[in-house]
Ligand binder design. Structure first.
Ligand SMILES: *Cc1c(COP(=O)(O)O)cnc(C)c1O
Length: 377
């Protein structure tokens, strides 16, 4: 069994993907080919924003968003303590300070009350200027934007939606990657919408920011490629990756997101009385980048993982370490903030195999392994 079965997806979409790749080779338009432009149009339409700017990966997407706002030394961005490293790394990369915020125990996303507490604390200390809230849509579930947006407005902060895992999620029908002043996603192969290498995208309704991003991704270009009006860098999505993403996006829209939701629902039905299963209000839709359960203790979690491994079932621990404990962030202020929930989650979470092509027999194998562990069969 695969944790995320990319081969099964390829087999299902083989003809379209192969044809797409061959068309790029035939055209030899390997960089900035027409597939990139088509993909950007389709992505913007699906997400419901004016502009989509593709780039080389999700980390570049975050960095370019922060560059567009000129985030710099002496300023800070609020980042959940429970997320992938890049959500905070990019803030430090720009010379600014990430201030970590504890998360909600049931949604795994940034807890709005804790966010406001952290903002007030920074303002009281008076050393850093708050600028940005990096809201992460962890494991496919959009962050609580109904609560975060009013806080952003109250303190005059921008929202950067890190939708690397969130593509395809919704709140009341509004799609992920449309909640930030700038939103980003990643096409890393294992993400809800993945390519066959690295890739990323940035979404915004702001025309000026979109122009800026299109310029910096190609060496700060002006009116044409050899007119350079600012210092930029090189961060583009290959035409080949765009050609692979197009049929994958159509499949994601046609059935993949629905299928993965069915898998999640079955997991919850089978496991809800044994472990803590993912739980959120009905206004949300997840795209299930991960299906993450919670055990009662670190010991129980590690024993279950070991038992499942012995039965050939792959599981993962996302994430084993809080952001504020990463060595790379050593020496940051605000270490004394309260991260009780993140500390606990790092010890008790376990992600089960999930993807749109998970077969019923595989799902039964997983749930039976959990039931057996608890002596229920
Ligand atoms: C994967 C991921 C990223 C980085 O994306 P890459 O394409 O791998 O650079 C950023 N944030 C989160 C939350 C992620 O899961």
């Amino acid at each position: 069994m695969q944790f995320r079965d990319l081969k099964k997806q390829y087999v299902a979409l083989k003809e379209e993907i192969d044809n797409g790749i061959q068309a790029v080779i035939d055209s030899t338009s390997f960089i900035s080919g027409k597939q990139v432009e088509i993909l950007e149009k389709e992505l913007a339409e699906y997400v419901g924003v004016k502009h989509c700017i593709t780039c080389a990966n999700g980390t570049d997407a975050l960095t370019m968003a922060l560059m567009a706002w000129d985030l710099k030394e002496g300023e800070c961005a609020f980042v959940p303590d429970f997320t992938f490293f890049a959500s905070g790394e990019t803030v430090s990369f720009e010379g600014a300070t990430p201030v970590f915020v504890d998360v909600d125990e049931r949604t795994y996303n940034m807890k709005p009350e804790k966010l406001e507490e952290a903002i007030r604390k920074v303002l009281e200390e008076g050393k850093l200027t708050p600028r940005v809230i990096v809201a992460v849509d962890l494991f496919g579930l959009p962050a609580d934007y109904d609560a975060i947006r009013p806080i952003a407005d109250k303190y005059g902060l921008k929202i950067l939606e890190d939708g690397a895992q969130g593509f395809g999620g919704e709140i009341n029908g509004k799609r992920a990657c449309s909640f930030g002043d700038i939103s980003t996603t990643s096409f890393f192969p294992a993400k809800p919408l993945g390519c066959y290498g690295d890739g990323g995208a940035i979404f915004t309704d702001d025309d000026e920011i979109a122009d800026y991003l299109r310029s910096i991704r190609v060496h700060g270009k002006g009116s044409f490629k050899y007119d350079n009006i600012r210092i930029g860098w090189n961060s583009r999505l290959d035409t080949m990756q765009a050609a692979i993403l197009l049929p994958k996006l159509y499949a994601f829209i046609r059935y993949e997101r629905d299928e993965v939701n069915k898998v999640a629902q079955k997991y919850t039905e089978q496991l809800k009385d044994l472990v803590v299963t993912p739980c959120y209000e009905s206004k949300y839709t997840s795209s299930w980048a991960q299906y993450t359960i919670q055990l009662r203790s670190e010991e129980e979690r590690d024993l279950l993982q070991k038992a499942m491994k012995e039965q050939g079932i792959p599981t993962m621990i996302y994430y084993p370490k809080p952001m504020h404990k990463q060595q790379a962030f050593a020496g940051l202020p605000f270490e004394d903030n309260d991260f009780t929930v993140t500390e606990k989650l790092c010890k008790t979470v376990l992600a089960l195999p999930i993807h749109p092509y998970l077969e019923n027999s595989e799902l039964m194998q997983v749930t039976e392994a959990v039931k057996r562990f608890f002596g229920k069969i």
